[in-house]
Structure formats: structure tokens, C-alpha cells
Design a protein around this ligand. Structure first.
Ligand SMILES: *Cc1c(COP(=O)(O)O)cnc(C)c1O
Length: 393
């Protein structure tokens, strides 16, 4: 069989690699605690599951769904934006249902980029932005996220020549993997850049509702004039413990959503309408305080973990959002080498920062999405290795 040459440029998906390491270690009888992948350990709130069960029995939902998402789902997303951000959206033109946000993020470059167009992609970042821009014929150009800038991009530092060829920019705040939050002022600067250079900003808001302390995270759509250049992708996966359900949405610039819709109608046929109705329940009720319960839980896990890491001598700052810790590693290690060291020394799997791009080198990411007793065990094991934070001798 011939394997397409375009795949030669695609690095192995980091979490698939991690799963392989995990299987290997477990096959050797090691009881590995997986702080690698970010996937909520708690179940979906029961009221959402009950709604799905009821809707699944409705024969009307057994036929092909609406391509753009059911009108009721799109209205619920618009209502969510009105309540949450004070942003008015036209549910017919400015809201599109997605089969998980990964699906929309992956298809957007195909709808926007011509061959040779630049896609500005944060580094470190969720790998999908870069890889799909590349597959679509674009030229990914890294926007380094540096700790001294609070992991915000320096758009003023993008060379004029590159900015002139850019048609798409991805950003993601609250940020995976760094946990950084962008304020409205940061978005104002980015929206201004995008308007001047005719760049579409795709903002990935997967963690918008997982703010652990401080004010709610803003949306770039709150910036005046943003609708001309912004698409925001939001997801029920992380706030409602629904990663397995595959339901999300894109909102904002109607032309961009129309273009994305062309790709989607020729690729998928929408998400099961019963799932969309269960998602409506989640959005309308906020699942009876489920988000508040989850942010409370992640805050406790964050604080316990930061305390142990700080005691060991790691220079770790508690993030004010997401369920990740972005931890600088000791001198003398690569992040991949250090992750393997932690796995063999403590039986704890962490993600090397380099999996998210060159500027992720020097860090590892810990995901706090394991049950509390497993997290406690991981912290016990890490805490019993006082050598862990020392420079490699
Ligand atoms: C988890 C995650 C997603 C994927 O969310 P789905 O809606 O489940 O596809 C998207 N972006 C980032 C940054 C994520 O961490």
C-alpha cells in the first residue's frame, strides 16, 4: 500500500506515543499513575446523561442530523454567549455545531488557507493547529509563548513579511499546556493585528469555564469589531466532563463559518441530535453547579500538587485556570528525558513539554485529571524522591 507523502511531515501524535509508553511500563508490572493526558476523571453530571437517554428514544433523532447543528442547539449556544459574555450571536449564521472542537479546529485551515499562506500557531500548543495547517498546504509560523510574557504571544514581533502572508492565527486561552489566562486587553491587541493584516483569528476556548481563581476568562468576541476577524471554538468536553460525547461549537465570523460549513457538509453529517439536546441541557442549566464543583475540585488538586512540587524545589507557579501544571524541569535534562526519568523513578507519567513545540522544551505538563486517591499516591511517590528537582549530575 502507498502511504501519502504528506504524512511524512506529521510527527506521531504525542498522546498516542504516551499511551504506548504507558502500556510498556504497565506490561512490566509497574503501577503507573497517568498524569499525561488531559481527560476529566469524573463522570458527566447525571442530569445530562438522563436527558440523552430520553432523547435517544425519540425516533425524530434517528435520522440524519442538521448539518449546521439543530436550531435549538444553536440557539442555546447563542443564549450562553449572551449570558456569559454579553455577546449577541445570530444562531443561523454565527453558530455552527461541531463534532468536538478538535473536529472544527482541524477542518478550519482547509476552509481558510491557500497553498503557501502562513498560519500563525502558538508554540507550545495543542498539536492540531500546526499539523492541520501543514496538511492543508499552509505554512505554520510559530508564535513563541514565553514565561516572561505570561505565555502571551508577541504579535508585534511577527515580521511584516510573515504577517503579510498570514491568513489564519490560532490562540487558546485559558491555555493548554501553560495554564495562562489572557485578559481582554491582550485580545484587543491581537484583534487589532488581525484586522490590519486580514488574518482570521481562531480562538480555542476549550478551558474558558475552568477558571480556578480570579475573574471569568474573557472572549475575544467581546472586543469591538472582533466579529470581522474572529471565530471562537468552544466545547462541552472539559467543563462538563463530556470528552467522550464529541459535542462543541464554533461561533463568530459568518463568512468563516460558511467556509467551514462547506468542508463539513462534504466530510461529516453532524452530531447525533440526541447528544445535541443533552448538550442544550448542560448549557441551559449549567448542569446544576457542575462547573463550580469541578473548578473547586481542580483548585484543591492544584494546591496539593504545587505544595509537594515546591517542597521538592521545583519552581512552579499555580495556574489560575485549566487542570494543568506547567513545570520547569531541572537543569541538564531534556523534557523527554526528564519525563522518562519521572516514569522510572516514581511510576508517574507526565508529558514532555517538547510534545507541544520547541518552546515547550524545558517543561513538563502534569494533568490533574486522576481520582484523588491516585493523585495522593502520585504525590507520595514524587515527595519521596527529594533528588527529583536537582540538576542532573
Ligand atoms: C481538550 C482540548 C480540545 C479538544 O476538545 P474536544 O472538544 O473534546 O475536541 C481542544 N483544544 C484544546 C486546547 C484542548 O486541550
Amino acid at each position: 500500500m502507498q502511504r501519502a507523502r504528506r504524512l511524512d511531515e506529521v510527527p506521531p501524535y504525542p498522546f498516542a506515543e504516551l499511551q504506548r509508553k504507558l502500556r510498556e511500563a504497565r506490561a512490566q508490572g509497574i503501577d503507573v499513575i497517568d498524569l499525561g493526558v488531559g481527560d476529566p476523571d469524573r463522570p458527566t453530571p447525571p442530569a445530562i446523561v438522563e436527558r440523552l437517554c430520553r432523547e435517544a428514544a425519540n425516533p425524530e433523532h434517528h435520522r440524519y442530523p442538521d448539518y449546521a447543528g439543530s436550531p435549538a442547539f444553536r440557539r442555546a449556544v447563542a443564549a450562553w454567549y449572551r449570558r456569559r459574555y454579553g455577546v449577541e450571536l445570530d444562531p443561523d449564521r454565527e453558530v455552527l455545531a461541531l463534532i468536538g472542537s478538535k473536529e472544527g479546529l482541524a477542518h478550519l485551515p482547509w476552509a481558510v488557507l491557500n497553498p503557501g499562506d502562513v498560519a500563525l500557531v502558538p508554540d507550545p500548543a495543542y498539536p492540531v493547529y500546526r499539523v492541520q495547517s501543514l496538511l492543508a498546504g499552509g505554512v505554520p509560523y510559530p508564535l513563541p509563548l514565553r514565561e516572561e510574557r505570561g505565555f502571551l504571544p508577541d504579535v508585534a514581533g511577527v515580521p511584516e513579511e510573515v504577517a503579510g502572508r498570514a491568513r489564519l492565527m490560532f490562540l487558546n486561552y485559558p491555555n493548554n499546556p501553560t495554564g495562562a489566562v489572557a485578559d481582554l486587553e491582550a485580545f484587543e491587541g491581537v484583534v487589532d493585528f488581525c484586522r490590519r493584516h486580514r488574518v482570521l483569528l481562531c480562538h480555542d476556548a476549550a478551558y474558558a469555564d475552568l477558571v480556578l481563581d480570579g475573574p471569568p476568562a474573557p472572549s475575544p468576541l467581546q472586543v469591538a469589531g472582533a466579529r470581522e476577524v474572529v471565530v471562537e471554538v468552544g466545547s462541552l468536553s472539559k467543563p462538563f466532563n463530556m470528552t467522550g460525547w464529541r459535542i462543541a461549537y464554533a461561533v463568530g465570523n459568518a463568512d468563516a463559518l460558511g467556509a467551514l460549513g462547506v468542508i463539513k457538509t462534504n466530510t461529516d453529517s453532524g452530531q447525533f441530535t440526541a447528544i445535541q439536546h443533552a448538550a442544550i441541557h448542560a448549557l441551559e442549566s449549567e448542569a446544576g453547579g457542575a462547573i463550580r464543583a469541578m473548578t473547586g475540585l481542580y483548585r484543591q488538586r492544584r494546591d496539593r500538587t504545587v505544595e509537594v512540587l515546591a517542597r521538592l524545589g521545583f519552581r512552579v507557579r499555580p495556574p489560575s485556570a485549566t487542570f494543568y501544571l506547567w513545570v520547569p524541569i531541572p537543569e541538564g535534562w531534556t523534557s523527554a528525558g526528564f519525563a522518562e526519568h519521572v516514569l522510572s523513578a516514581a511510576g508517574v507519567l507526565v508529558t514532555p513539554g517538547s510534545a507541544y513545540g520547541d518552546h515547550g522544551e524545558g517543561y513538563v505538563r502534569l494533568s490533574l485529571t486522576v481520582p484523588d486517591d491516585r493523585l495522593d499516591e502520585a504525590l507520595r511517590r514524587l515527595g519521596s524522591r527529594p533528588d527529583l528537582a536537582r540538576p542532573r549530575g
